[in-house]
Design a protein around this ligand. Structure first.
Ligand SMILES: Cc1cc2nc3c(=O)[nH]c(=O)nc-3n(C[C@H](O)[C@H](O)[C@H](O)COP(=O)(O)OP(=O)(O)OC[C@H]3O[C@@H](n4cnc5c(N)ncnc54)[C@H](O)[C@@H]3O)c2cc1C
Ligand code: FES
Ligand code: FES
Length: 1278
């Protein structure tokens, strides 16, 4: 066989790159971009195609049309070697500060679509690629929503991102269109060739040479150019060589542990795999990607009557993964994943089998076979290639319907998918002709067709209710779902499968079904998302209170903003990768790293027994409510599965990660892990009281027992709230560099002081020898307070032991396993009201699960919030902590407030339900009236939102809807909130330094910019206080020198307190300048500065904010109205509308504060609806690790209609500059959606004849909702 060796050539942003050395076939484009091309704008997080942060533009010649095509792809999945001949565009390539920003970048920045900015490059490139692809035709709003549906943003709540990008849509409403920057604004900055910002250094025509006639070979990478060559190559392997065909390579994002492979065969240049014949029968090549397949089906559906059904298939294919997955993922690749992993709920397999498509394969002996999909599953595919799929023509008397039921709106695998096809007799209309097709995925590995049901229904009359009921029974018998820990239980799968069949039958029956059942046939209909933001701004106060864009927004949207892992790699730098335990509640037996130490590039392995340093990263009594020391590396007792056992250090990150897998660990003395509070309660040593400290005192009043005994109605119950992973897009990362006086630590942390003290303790250095620096975080949400310290200390230990710089950047899976999240909660409650429905006594036992140490408990915070805005004669609130064998949990945005408020609101719902009172009326009459001002302020907010949201009318409509629809239910809720804000014991330094030459001002404050906009707010305050333009202010990275003894960034207070300190520092500065200023006849900043300098005035000033400053706290009030709809047959939900009214005082920056409200609310939405932590009960392993099994909300999960209003005329006398905090309170109001869902579920239960109170815990995932609605297939009536 003829092989050609040579180089891989491709361009990145117009610059030619030639790779001519043997590269590991597994090298991904993202690593090349970041590490070799030094283009760190492209980020990575999940490395499995699930988050979108690595999206880049990819252009290549279509081998059939010979035309260049552009699309968005995930650079974390794309092998570098398959980029030969392509043009890659990264976020740096389309615009930057020097050449001008691309409108997509500036639009996203200017419309406040970038908070922490870590998702922004991926967002920009997804949008940019869509515009590139559709250049000339324009894009629609729907295309934009769909194209962005695979990009996770944890900060913004998506609304501003969608609005920013929709300004480019041809069908955008005028209001949005008018906010679009003219594309021509870029002028000369756009490269005439690429249409993007010119880099001025194009070195090639963008396309590398194509090797002719020979199979390209580089190491174990082969690239045949024809089918003939491919077959020849495969036959040369002779069945001995384990090979992987590489099409889009997206399969590696799902099944990461497939392999190892001896060789890789790139099949992207084989034209035979890309053939499409649009005649009848329709033939689509196996190499065709899912986007092209979807487009082909959409177009043929409207042009070829034989394929009238193709649109249905196209709509289903649109639900596969995300646009970049479909842009790269091929038909053959998807089907082969199903072939290799029978449990894989392939959507493609479902739609193809529904219509009886066939697969054509060819063997390396040139034997061609056409197979049904079921035959294909049974065929040995070694040495075989999928050539194409053939779809049969079908007459229009067929009815076809397919379903995909997934845990969130998009970019998730199906819990269950299904396809139904039946030929209906044209005469009698509802009689099935022959056998129908009924297929399911996700139920059981061996189930494809529900054969028994198909047989039973052959030639039957479907509109006969008895026949249908009997068919359901047959189906019930043959489904036999397999239980899988990560999937909903078999009851859910079975009942939903039957429900989908019912939906299909209702579709056929149409108007013959009774009106209340008809909506069962329909899927929930999500309309285009829209949002409104309403706030006051007073120009007299500007630049404070001015809706100013984040100062770094454009840098974030162009990839110029640097995060810790973007710091250039030093020549002698090494990488660390953790070895994690795979068991919990046992003892470490042996740790054997001999294999790992022998592998390529490995330098060392550190673990508890071989380090010469300390081994504790978190110290008891360190001020964060800590009772236990926490170890860096486990020294004996394994507390949880996922605990750090050691660190492999190697030359590259990949080498370190691979070697870490080779460390052999054995365990002994296994005991069953305790994973829930309920189980912990059985062992008294795992429970302890949570002592109440600080300002958030839990005040118990009256004699609860007495109060209960005098109550007219008493309720008792339980309520549980799950954990939540922070899902910061930038995972934990630290880089440590030994320096002459100690250690420089670059760390993504919200608490530099904790890092500094832990590192110095471990390395036996003085605090002053550890220099911590953080420019910004890619999100924190509390998850980078204590847990960053673990990574920083492990990194510092390695750097110190080896006297070399070391970096650790966690992948998502490791991050999720290693660290805990939001504390899960359990509450037992008992409460009573008098005959008028007024609260007499409330007894709450609130337990928070701290994980494996009693550190960072939040139960007392929850307890202090658990009264919310209500009055009771007696209160008894008992906060407790539980210890389980899970990763030590930690603070997560609104840690405690959200649970406290949810707990009392759940109780209010319970009491209202039992008393058959309207929940809102019940809430209103129980409002706390002890302080008349407080009461009327809250009442005002409630009545405002009630009016502006048209609550009363919508409440009536919801009830009417529910009366008329058995299989769709709606719910509405109005939830009030009070959130007392105390400043407690925080401390921050702000240093303001004026440069005498140009009057510019450098500021270093004590907070960490993590997306909340602290840098912008501090700049506004400095500008206002000094009377200068904001552009003169420059904020420097936070470090432990200028912010010595500074506190954590968190609790929504940091921005305010640093603004306060900045104001005070400026005042001190002005005082120093005053005497000079008074002598000046006119006001000119630069002249003033110069004169001060010449008069030897120190042009720097600082202020140390401490409790001595004696700021007075205040109360934040808000109210939210949420309306939802549930598909009763599947448990799927739609958030129809949310109205939030929040009091932000005189907001320092209303634009940023609106962003905080929206983002906080959507993060809460995840907590209440889709983010569920699942553990293996035997090993204690966290199973929901990664984007495939853990589901933060995506853009299509947010309310369809999302309206935020900031209370007008709300300046108040307390706090800082009359503003109020916005970071955490809105998250607490997200529980309103949960109660709206509860009301919808209740309506469904009433239809089942059950009007009793029921316990509904968070998160209300689709299977939880479904289970509570008590679906009984025998009630599937027409
Ligand atoms: C984030 C994410 C979300 C996803 N969501 C969904 C979803 O919701 N529903 C769904 O159904 N799928 C989903 N997928 C799967 C996706 O559709 C597949 O990964 C994709 O179609 C595989 O195609 P590929 O070209 O990338 O295959 P590759 O990864 O290149 O290859 C996969 C396998 O197919 C083999 N192969 C490739 N081409 C051929 C050929 N012509 N002949 C024989 N063997 C071949 C390879 O040897 C390999 O074993 C998702 C994937 C990701 C990463
Ligand atoms: S890093 Fe590529 S999609 Fe997440
Ligand atoms: S701005 Fe999107 S993740 Fe932070």
């Amino acid at each position: 066989m003829n092989f050609s060796s040579g180089s891989i050539e491709f361009t990145v942003n117009g610059r030619l790159h030639i790779v001519d050395r043997n590269l590991n076939a597994d090298t991904k484009l993202v690593d090349f971009l970041r590490q070799t091309a030094l283009l760190t704008g492209t980020k990575w997080m999940c490395r499995e195609g699930g988050c979108g942060s690595c999206v880049v533009g990819f252009s290549a010649i279509n081998i059939l049309t010979n035309k260049k095509e552009s699309r968005a792809v995930h650079s974390c999945l794309l092998p570098l070697l398959s980029c030969d001949g392509s043009e890659i565009t990264t976020v740096e390539g389309i615009g930057n500060k020097k050449d001008g920003y691309h409108p997509v970048q500036s639009q996203l920045a200017d419309m406040n679509g970038s908070q922490c900015g870590y998702c922004s490059p991926g967002m920009v490139m997804s949008m940019y690629s869509l515009l590139q692809k559709n250049s000339g035709e324009g894009v629609t709003m729907k295309e934009i929503e769909s194209s962005l549906s695979g990009n996770i943003c944890r900060c913004t709540g998506y609304r501003p991102i969608m609005d920013a990008f929709k300004t480019f849509a041809k069908d955008a409403p005028q209001e949005l269109k008018s906010r679009c920057v003219d594309l021509e604004d870029l002028g000369d900055a756009i490269c005439p060739k690429t249409g993007s910002a010119c880099q001025g250094h194009c070195e090639s025509n963008g396309l590398a040479k194509v090797v002719d006639g020979k199979i390209f070979k580089m190491g174990n990478w082969y690239r045949p150019e024809s089918l003939e060559q491919l077959m020849e190559l495969l036959s040369s392997f002779g069945g001995e060589v384990k090979y992987r065909l590489v099409a889009g390579n997206t399969g590696t994002g799902v099944y990461k542990d497939d392999g190892p492979y001896d060789v890789y065969v790139d099949i992207n240049k084989i034209g035979d795999l890309y053939q499409v014949s649009k005649e009848s029968p329709l033939i689509i090549g196996g190499g065709i990607n899912l986007t092209v397949m979807q487009e082909t089906l959409s177009s043929i559906g409207s042009t070829n009557p034989d394929y009238w059904y193709a649109v249905t298939l196209a709509e289903h294919i649109e639900k596969i993964g995300s646009v970049p997955v479909r842009n790269a993922g091929s038909i053959a690749g998807n089907l082969m994943m199903k072939h290799g992993h029978r449990e894989f709920p392939s959507d493609l397999f479902i739609v193809l089998e529904t219509v009886g498509a066939k697969i054509t394969i060819i063997s390396c002996k040139r034997e061609i076979q056409q197979l049904t999909l079921e035959q294909f599953l049974e065929t040995d595919m070694n040495g075989q290639i999928i050539l194409h799929v053939t779809l049969p023509p079908l007459s229009t008397d067929h009815i076809i319907k397919t379903f995909k039921i997934m845990p969130r709106s998009c970019n998730a695998h199906a819990y269950i998918n299904a396809g139904f096809c039946a030929k209906i007799s044209p005469q009698e209309n509802i009689r099935i002709v022959g056998k129908p097709t009924i297929i399911f995925g996700g139920i059981r590995t061996s189930l494809v067709h529900a054969i028994e049901t198909e047989n039973f229904l052959a030639d039957k009359f479907l509109d006969d209710e008895m026949t249908f009921q009997n068919a359901l029974k047959v189906l019930d018998q043959e489904l036999c779902p397999e239980e899988h820990l990560l999937n909903p239980d078999s009851d859910y799968l079975k009942t939903v499968a039957q429900g989908l069949f019912y939906k299909f039958v209702l579709t056929i029956i149409g108007d013959k079904a009774a009106p209340e059942f008809r909506s069962g046939a329909l899927n929930l209909e999500r309309k285009m998302m829209s949002g409104k933001q309403d706030y006051d701004t007073d120009s007299k106060e500007w630049p404070v209170n001015q809706p100013t864009i984040k100062v770094e927004a454009r840098a974030q949207c162009s990839g110029e903003a640097k995060y810790i892992d973007d710091i250039p790699i030093r020549v002698d730098e090494l990488y660390g990768a953790f070895v994690l335990s795979t068991a919990a509640n046992c003892l470490l037996d042996k740790v054997d790293a001999s294999l790992a130490l022998k592998s390529d590039g490995v330098i060392a392995f550190f673990y508890a027994s071989n380090i010469n340093t300390g081994n504790v990263f978190f110290f008891a009594n360190n001020g964060l409510n800590c009772d236990n020391n926490e170890e860096v590396f486990c020294s004996g007792k394994v507390l949880y599965a996922g605990q750090s056992l050691g660190l492999v250090v190697a030359r590259t990150q990949k080498q370190a990660i691979e070697a870490a897998k080779l460390v052999r660990v054995t365990y002994k003395n296994h005991q069953k892990p305790v994973l829930t509070i309920q189980d912990a309660l059985k062992d008294s040593t795992r429970i302890q009281k949570h002592s109440v400290s600080g300002s958030r005192q839990v005040v118990n009043v009256g004699d609860v027992e007495d109060g209960l005994s005098q109550s007219d109605t008493v309720v008792e119950g339980e309520f549980e709230i799950g954990s939540q992973y922070h899902f910061y897009m930038e995972t934990l990362v630290a880089a440590c560099v030994p320096v002459e006086d100690g250690m420089d630590v670059f760390c993504a942390t919200q608490d530099q002081e904790a890092v500094q003290s832990a590192v110095s303790n471990c390395l036996n250095l003085r605090n002053s020898q550890v220099n911590v620096q953080t420019r910004r975080l890619g999100g924190g949400f509390g998850g980078k307070i204590s847990r960053s310290t673990l990574v920083a200390v492990a990194c510092a230990i390695a750097a110190s032991e080896l006297s070399r710089p070391v970096r650790i950047a966690l992948d998502l899976e490791t991050n999720m396993a290693l660290t805990g999240g939001r504390l899960p909660y359990y509450c037992h409650y008992k409460a009573g009201v008098n005959k008028d429905g007024l609260l007499q006594a409330v007894d709450l036992k609130i337990i928070s699960d701290c994980g494996c140490s009693f550190n960072e408990g939040t139960a007392y915070i929850a307890a202090s919030f658990a009264k919310n805005c209500y009055a009771s004669k007696c209160w008894k609130i008992t906060p407790l902590l539980a210890k389980t064998d899970t990763a030590s949990n930690t603070h997560c945005r609104a840690p405690g407030p959200i649970q406290g408020i949810a707990i009392i609101e759940n109780l209010m719902e319970h009491l209202a339900h039992v008393r058959k009172e309207d929940p809102l009326d019940f809430r209103l009459k129980n409002l706390n009236r002890s302080d008349e001002n407080e009461f009327s302020a809250l009442q005002h907010i409630i009545s405002e939102v009630r009016r502006s949201s048209n609550y009363d009318e919508r409440y009536r409509q919801v009830n009417e809807f529910n009366c008329n629809n058995r299989w769709k239910k709606r719910g509405i809720n109005l939830l009030p909130m009070v959130y007392p804000m105390y400043y407690s014991s925080y401390r921050y330094n702000v240093l303001v330094a004026v440069n005498r030459n140009d009057g510019s001002v450098s500021v270093s404050h004590g907070g960490i910019e993590c997306g909340q906009g602290i840098n912008t707010k501090v700049s506004q305050v400095v500008a206002k206080e000094l009377g200068i333009d904001i552009s003169l202010v420059s904020i420097k990275p936070t470090n432990t020198l200028t912010n010595t003894n500074g506190s954590v960034t968190g609790g929504s207070k940091t921005s305010e307190l640093n603004c306060y300190a900045a104001m005070r520092a400026c005042q001190k500065l002005k005082k120093k300048m005053l005497s000079i200023r008074e002598k000046m006849q006119y006001n000119n900043w630069n002249v003033l500065v110069e004169k001060c300098y010449n008069s030897n005035v120190d042009l720097t000033a600082r202020h140390f904010y401490s409790p001595k400053d004696d700021l007075t706290g205040y109360v934040i009030r808000g109210a939210t109205v949420s309306e939802v709809e549930i598909d009763v047959l599947t448990g799927e939900k739609l958030i129809r509308r949310v109205d939030i009214l929040e009091d932000a005082g005189l907001s320092i920056n209303p634009l940023l504060d609106i962003g905080q409200v929206e983002g906080g609310f959507i993060m809460g939405l995840g907590l209440w609806t889709s983010e569920k932590m699942i553990y293996d009960p035997t090993t204690g392993k966290k199973l929901s690790r990664g984007t495939w099994n853990y589901y933060p909300p995506l853009n299509n999960d947010i309310p369809m209609d999302f309206r935020i209003t900031m209370l007008k005329n709300a300046a108040h006398p307390f706090g800082v500059l009359r503003s109020k905090a916005t970071g955490e309170p809105p998250l607490c109001m997200s529980v309103s959606v949960f109660f709206a869902l509860r009301n919808a579920v209740n309506a469904a239960r009433i239809d089942c004849g059950d009007s009793d109170w029921f316990q509904m815990d968070g998160p209300a995932t689709i299977d939880t909702l479904h289970k509570l609605m008590k679906i009984d297939p025998s009630k599937f009536l027409f």
